[in-house]
Design a protein around this ligand. Structure first.
Ligand SMILES: [Zn+2]
Length: 342
């Protein structure tokens, strides 16, 4: 695509990664590659490689001589243009900046791109990810393009949260659901990609709800060690052995966003376990034990709201350290506010 037509910044050009747990979905789709629906919606939880799958499909559609299994050859003119990020028949639509939405201007530019005949390939391919980042105007604009598809165009939408897409968009796409692979397959893959001590891979997969790429990301970031520190801090603050202010500085150094995301998941897990009855409490993971009998639900729900609100404020004008201090001061009050689960 020429620069003046670009609907969005081009970001990644390496050949798309193939994941073993995509095998059956890939095989099913590739047998029908000549009669693909105009709109495809790849959806499912994060960390399953939906975006890699979407790129793999885009490359396959734009390759001049795909391999027997349907993958791009990596060597033809089309593949070389893809690797250079200059294929004129591929548009990638993504937020211009992290955390921002996809706007109507980007979708209008996409419309202009789709209106032209393919330059070198048999298709025009658009990759819209994350599709749920489209604002309402953008989604309405895309709806028109889905309703009146130019011949040979394929729109691939990727979404972790398809419920955030208008029902009209969803109903005009063929939906392809991605689910976590079987535990043994995920574990074998994770072990091949990241070193870890006894039981660590299993822990990472548990935290990642079985999503291999998310588990890998957590493992690479030394997440388990960080989690130990976070748990120690929460205990120390609730026992008044550590001041929330000192603790907040440490959390800021570890990354405020990551710490608050973890804290949200941790508190949600505490609540879910506590609400599931005595059996669930008895069988809860060891890291919940120091907390689960000391907190009451009402206060914990209130604290979950505090964490959620602080996460939303993180990229705003408020000081990050102050936000963390506020959260940890509230935690110290919550943790002291009650002597047992009620
Ligand atoms: Zn090729």
């Amino acid at each position: 695509m020429a620069d003046n037509e670009a609907p969005a910044a081009r970001r990644e050009y390496p050949p798309p990664e193939r994941h073993p747990w995509h095998g059956a979905t890939w095989a099913r789709l590739i047998t029908a590659i000549d009669r693909l629906p105009h709109g495809l919606l790849l959806y499912g939880p994060p960390g399953l490689g939906k975006h890699d799958f979407a790129r793999r499909l885009a490359w396959a559609l734009l390759c001049d001589r795909p391999a027997p299994a349907g993958d791009a050859c990596g060597d033809c003119k089309g593949c070389r243009l893809l690797a250079a990020g200059t294929h004129p028949d591929l548009a990638q639509v993504a937020p211009a900046e992290e955390g921002k939405g996809i706007g109507i201007d980007q979708i209008r530019a996409l419309g202009d791109f789709l209106a032209l005949r393919p330059h070198t390939a048999a298709h025009k391919v658009a990759l819209i990810a994350p599709a749920d980042a489209m604002n309402l105007h953008a989604a309405n604009g895309l709806l028109k393009q889905l309703e009146e598809p130019p011949l040979g165009s394929v729109l691939i939408l990727v979404s972790d949260e398809p419920a955030r897409l208008p029902a009209t968009i969803r109903s005009r796409c063929a939906a392809i659901q991605f689910r976590p692979p079987a535990g043994a397959e995920a574990l074998a893959w994770l072990k091949s990609r990241c070193p870890g001590g006894v039981g660590e891979h299993e822990q990472l997969l548990e935290i990642a709800a079985g999503a291999p790429l998310l588990a890998l990301e957590l493992g690479t970031a030394d997440f388990l060690k960080q989690r130990e520190q976070l748990l120690r801090d929460l205990e120390a603050v609730s026992a008044r052995r550590e001041s929330p202010v000192a603790c907040a500085a440490r959390w800021q150094a570890m990354g405020a966003e990551r710490c608050l995301a973890w804290l949200y998941g941790f508190v949600a897990e505490l609540l879910q376990t506590g609400l599931s009855g005595a059996g669930a409490v008895a069988g809860a993971p060891a890291y919940l034990h120091p907390f689960i009998n000391r907190l009451n639900f009402k206060e914990l729900f209130g604290f979950l709201d505090v964490v959620s609100g602080s996460r939303k404020l993180l990229n705003g004008p408020l000081d990050e350290l102050l936000l963390l201090e506020d959260v940890l001061i509230r935690w110290s009050c919550t943790a002291r506010g009650s002597s047992k689960l009620s």
